[in-house]
Design a protein. Structure first.
Length: 158
């Protein structure tokens, strides 16, 4: 059976979240767990859209906080499928904090998450192959394989 293929741009998602005072930690910046949850949820939408199946988070390869976000800013969470394998997919996430008044935005978080697609019995199932087209998509496609190789090399036996 030939594996299905899907263009990388067909599985892209953007969500926004307005930051309020109750979203802040003791340093008056956005609570990191909130941003982690936004990354996971947005990446899940991308994984399920790409695979056509229920998906679960299998790994977070990295989640880097680059700059704090504050109350009143809007978080813009963008996620896209970078690469897929048999039943897993790497989703890249970029979070920006935007000042709604000035329009200025800055990059606050980058993350890479791996999801596994499940069939109706809860078992891993095959997903469409990613077809990168743009130069950026091709770069992300290649870098995803390097991250996967590293992740598999770091797995402890058993």
């Amino acid at each position: 059976m030939t594996k299905r293929k899907a263009p990388a741009e067909s599985s892209v998602e953007e969500n926004v979240y307005k930051v309020f005072p109750n979203d802040l930690n003791s340093e008056y910046t956005v609570f990191g767990g909130l941003v982690m949850g936004l990354c996971d949820r947005t990446a899940l939408i991308v994984a399920e859209r790409h695979s056509g199946h229920t998906c679960v988070t299998a790994a977070v390869d990295s989640l880097n906080f680059l700059s704090p976000a504050r109350a009143g800013e809007t978080l813009i969470v963008k996620a896209a499928v970078n690469r897929s394998w048999r039943s897993s997919m790497e989703i890249g996430v970029h979070v920006a904090a935007e000042n709604s008044h000035s329009g200025e935005s800055r990059h606050v978080v980058s993350a890479y998450l791996t999801f596994v697609a499940l069939d109706e019995r809860g078992k891993p199932t095959s997903v469409p192959e990613v077809m990168p087209r743009s130069k950026t998509e091709k770069r992300r496609f290649e870098e995803a394989q390097s991250r996967r190789d590293q992740r598999l090399a770091n797995r402890s036996p058993g």
